[in-house]
Ligand binder design. Structure first.
Ligand SMILES: C[S@@+](CC[C@H](N)C(=O)[O-])C[C@H]1O[C@@H](n2cnc3c(N)ncnc32)[C@H](O)[C@@H]1O
Length: 214
């Protein structure tokens, strides 16, 4: 691939990637619902119990549902209407809690409203030139001492995934190290980092999970 950034204009996620989630929404919702472990295992250590937490790129609602079950005041943001519909069908408790909105702007989400933000398997789809603005938005919606929990796809050696996958989705090669550097510029400190196996059982995929605090 010539350029890792195939986007034009102000759109953060390219058409092929958006089409993938729109057209496969029902199938993905079933698959994601069956995932084991994953980022939800980190919620207890990451967020104050009962706090207000925003799941950015909430997909089919699995983690938002787990937040609600765990006693957090969970909310979500998701650009793909078809995935929001699947989330509301699968998990009635999330109804009315997912706003159709997207990075980089997180339009409609107020400043300083959340104790925690989750961005699970989302930032790797963003255009390079939208990354910094997206991180600023994640910071904008957090309260003063807020926590940010992020997962990014890496290989076994910890190297970030780059290029398009076999289904056409775009991966920007955003590494955990670079995320830490960019977030430090915004006042975040990294509290923990671990590498987790894929919750969907894909052998070639690992996830770098990082927890940051303001
Ligand atoms: C791999 S899925 C992960 C879904 C969910 N967070 C999970 O862990 O199961 C990627 C998600 O990112 C969403 N997404 C893509 N571009 C986005 C953007 N610019 N802002 C917010 N979410 C975005 C997709 O619609 C999709 O729901």
């Amino acid at each position: 691939m010539k350029s890792p950034d195939p986007l034009k204009g102000g759109v953060a996620t390219d058409r092929q990637t958006r089409d993938y989630y729109r057209l496969k929404a029902a199938e993905l919702a079933r698959r994601y619902d069956g995932a084991r472990g994953g980022i939800a295992d980190c919620f207890d250590g990451a967020f104050p119990r009962g706090g207000r937490v925003l799941d950015v790129g909430a997909g089919s609602g699995r983690d938002l549902h787990r937040l609600l079950l765990g006693g957090w005041d969970g909310w979500g943001v998701e650009p793909c209407r078809a995935l929001i519909d699947e989330a509301e069908r699968l998990y009635p408790a999330v109804r009315g809690r997912i706003r159709q909105s997207a990075l980089p702007a997180l339009e409609g989400i107020g400043d300083g409203r959340f104790d925690g933000v989750v961005a699970s398997a989302v930032l790797m789809h963003l255009a390079e030139r939208q990354l910094k603005a997206s991180l600023r938005s994640l910071r904008r919606v957090l309260k003063g001492r807020g926590r940010l929990l992020v997962s990014l796809p890496v290989d076994e050696g910890g190297k970030a995934r780059r290029g398009r996958d076999e289904e056409g989705r775009f991966f920007n090669g955003f590494s955990p190290e670079r995320l830490e550097t960019l977030l430090a510029e915004l006042g975040f400190a990294c509290m923990a980092r671990e590498q987790k196996a894929d919750g969907l059982g894909r052998k070639d995929r690992n996830w770098a999970v990082q927890l940051f605090k303001l």
